[in-house]
Design a protein around this ligand. Sequence first.
Ligand code: SAT
Ligand code: MN
Length: 580
Amino acid sequence: MSSDIERWVDESARVTTPDRMYWCDGSQREYDALIASMLADKTLIELNQSTHPHCYLHRSDPNDVARTEQLTFVCTQRKEDAGPNNNWISPAEGKEKVRPLFAGSMKGRTMYVIPYLMGPVGSPYSKVGVEITDSPYVAANMHIMSRVGTVALEHYKASKEFIPGLHSLGDISPNRRFIMHFPEERLIWSIGSGYGGNALLGKKCFALRIASFMARQQGWMAEHMLIIGLQDPSGKVTYMAAAFPSASGKTNLAMLVSTLADQGYKVWTIGDDIAWMFIDREGRLRAINPEAGFFGVAPGTGFSTNPIAMETIRKNTIYTNVALTANHEPWWEGIGTEPGSGLIDWQGRTWGPGGAKAAHPNSRFTAPARQCPTISPSWEDPHGVVISAIIFGSRRSVTVPLVYQAFSWQHGVFMGSSMGAETTAAATGAVGVVRRDPMAMLPFCGYNMADYFAHWLEMGKRMKDPPKIFRVNWFRKDASGKFLWPGYGENIRVLKWILDRVEGRGKAVETPLGYMPTADAIETDGLKIPAGAMETLTALDGHGWLNGTVEMEKFYRQFGDRLPKEIWEEHAALRKRLVE
Ligand code: SAT
Ligand code: MN
């Protein structure tokens, strides 16, 4: 065992004073024991073991159900380095504020020490973290979401580097909840929440906030992106990475069931949330999925919308804040079955139709990626997969067309950087408000986003043939509020056009926004959409876009001189194209 890790663990134990300390080895026996202890103290409920083998339900504290962005801080020495996109406090002040909350916080509890690996075993791109936590729920979830124990320590022996993350439930009070990042010393402190992104420190805290900071220093990228392989009729697989804000369909897109399967188009899953991307010796962009599981949103996931996810989460899955049927099966809005009588809601109360939602809108499943029927044979390839297209998407009821392509890498970086998104239940706060969410990274970029845009521009220069960049919007609505595009499996039609463009054969017209598919370029055979929907989906809303550029300008101004001039150039060029 490394003395560095031990030293930090001892120091953390001195502050938090747990009754017991336990080092996780990642074994099945250990996982089973964690589950058994939570069944015993009733923090887990056993689900129907004949329909859902090894599946359990956890109900969190009702005030601890989503990420809390207002309590999340990036503590760099200088405020400018965290940027206007992050809450900031100096490292010294941050520690002073939060250290007292850790004092004795694990009294009466067990401290779990979880060495974990982010990325495939044996990959030069994988990285080690160690999470200390007093939550067995977190320990069990980390087992699913990362590669825990011996494999991580083996990797550490060679790399000699680990990211420490100290987590304690504290008293689960939002008044004493802080998610603190110290990117310059690569350290995470999180207290007061047991919820996913706040508490599973390998995920957003390490794999995005700390990793994005490291990636800029080291010349790679840590992105909030799913990774898929699109197989064409010849059997060739082309890999794509796509950024969408939380709870905007990344898991569904990653597990898409193709409606063009009879033509030979199929989607393989590599990851549904995070991509780490590196430039290889040949100048190509390669991506790995640092995670080992899916922490997906339950509501809206159903037998018709995402049968692959439904199959993936049938066994060995931890459900959080879903409803419970009388038959002890998990249930949520959009699952596609009737709940029957005797449904218990996510807070353990009897539920009646017409009442509030039975499952929390941000209720989740945690399931091993290897169980996914469409998991790619390359998902654990130590060298990753070569990315040919990058897709940016978000929920926009108006203005943003179904799909278009950037003129160049620089234009694509501008497109990603100016992306507006309607907010979702994945973070506490108002839902459905449009905010700028560049590259879907606003809550996850561990440094000043002006520098992040500069880093993207720089990466493009270093690649020989950078991936083509696209913008998509599945969420456009008509005047009556109905979605115009069917989405889900039909999104394959858009992916096919993207593939055609990558291969240089897709038909497109030049518009002020970028290259848009010609009227016949997207296959509509067999597609059930209202008359005129395709026209609306591909129409240019010049007025809406001009207003959009005003919003963009407001957003960019916050970054002052630090914003790369290329972004202003592209902004001016877009305005010019729109008014011409
Ligand atoms: O809650 S998580 O941050 O883990 C998931 C998400 O919001 O994307
Ligand atoms: Mn996410």
